[in-house]
Ligand binder design. Structure first.
Ligand SMILES: [Zn+2]
Length: 116
């Protein structure tokens, strides 16, 4: 049996952590941008410029993933409210509890997620 109250708590924790991460990433991207703007060197021929660009693109990727995660968490909270939490949105079978323990925002069972 899935403990809904516990899952709700887990989802709230995940949401708080993800929001904190987004805050740090956003700040980090701003700092990298500021460091770049204050530097007139030619990026293409400056190894440091290339590193900054790489760091910024990595942070941007992580940021996009985190925003996606927030959506997944919001959808999982909706499923809790709707009484469909723990049911695979693809095949309608129950999602293994061990999977929900690890990823309370999981929308699909392992089989369906593997087919994505
Ligand atoms: Zn499935």
């Amino acid at each position: 049996m899935i403990d809904e109250a516990q899952m709700r708590e887990r989802l709230e924790d995940e949401r708080a952590e993800t929001q904190a991460l987004i805050g740090r990433l956003t700040q980090g991207i701003d700092e990298v941008s500021a460091a770049r703007d204050g530097d007139n060197s030619d990026d293409e021929h400056d190894p440091e410029g290339a590193t900054l660009a790489f760091e910024r693109s990595q942070a941007a990727t992580l940021l996009a993933q985190s925003e996606n995660r927030l959506n997944e968490i919001a959808e999982a909270v909706d499923r809790l409210a709707a009484g469909t939490f723990g049911i695979c949105i693809e095949c309608g079978r129950p999602i293994a509890e061990a999977r929900l323990e690890a990823r309370p925002y999981a929308a699909k069972c392992v089989d369906c997620a593997a087919r994505d």
